[in-house]
Design a protein around this ligand. Sequence first.
Ligand code: AMP
Length: 368
Amino acid sequence: MTPITKRIGVLGAGQLGRMLAIAGYPLGQKFGFYGSNKSEPSALLGHMYMQSDDVDSLADLASFADVITYESENTDVAMVREIAKTTPVYPGEKSLYTAQHRGREKGMFDQLNIPCAPYQIVDSLESLKRAVAKIGLPAVLKTTTEGYDGKGQFVLKDENQIDQAWSEIGGRELVLEGFINFQRELSMVAVRNANNEHVYYPLVQNVHHEGILRYTIAPARKVSEKTQQKAEAYMQSLLDELDHVGVLTLELFETVDGLVANEMAPRVHNSGHWTIEGAMTSQFENHVRAITGLPLGATTPRQPLAAMINIIGETGPIDQVLKVPKAFLHLYDKEERAGRKLGHINIIAETEEELFEVFKVLADFLPK
Ligand code: AMP
């Protein structure tokens, strides 16, 4: 049999790269990272190719690697196109180009008949006023690119706020979206490999606080088979249209009228971290399998319930976590800073009661 060992180059060296490497080493894979400093979370898990070096370290990474992947949808498309001339990059350029711009993303949702909020692209105060007249209020104004953790957003409730909204986040291209009165926020992680195999994880529920994901419940409670299938059908059409190879994540709103797509990410995702101990194959291992041409692994949960709690800003009382038999601590080797994702805790449980008992013990890690 041909050896499966591949050398994987990751553009970025944060916690996602770190967890990809942790998942890839048991499969015999090797890793290199294109990072900005040697204290980044991935730094000790593979060779670091430094962005700031005078030598062409990106070319060095490309010649080290059999395949290149990336950690962020904000990765430069021109850079990816250049690397792809010599080394395959997965997910490919189309996935990256589409997912890094909210307008292009919504254009694809429309094309594939995936419901999303009504929207208008705006690039001036006047066009914002026209968009408000068309979409109505409340509405959410967002930058078309580079928003994350709720940054670059303004919830418009009243026409008097239009000038303020434009001066706070305008002066660049924006998208105005109709406000979705959702019951809860869900997401799905799906994976496709180059042999056109598709696998889907169950829909999960995500709870945010001050724009940051705080915890995920997996699978989301009381999701009908029909809803799971609908989400899988949306994902399948996206994966196929993008010719996507690797993990793709879709964030959704659940409303009384069904699922509404919010945004997608062409990468492993925070709402999929529960899969490390919670599913037969983690999202990280499945991403590695997909981009290295291996068969995909089972996405079945190991126990009826799992949860992921993000550790934000300060590391907190981790001894409490270590005492819980079915809780698993993941730290990213990052310095404490307000609002920063420093790690996460995964929990597996047989029942809701068991899960929420652990939530009580770990209350220090949850938003007050
Ligand atoms: P995003 O960066 O698009 O994921 O938005 C961050 C958060 O803002 C989401 O997780 C929602 O809680 C909220 N949000 C975003 N868009 C909308 C919308 N169109 N209607 C209602 N809430 C929204």
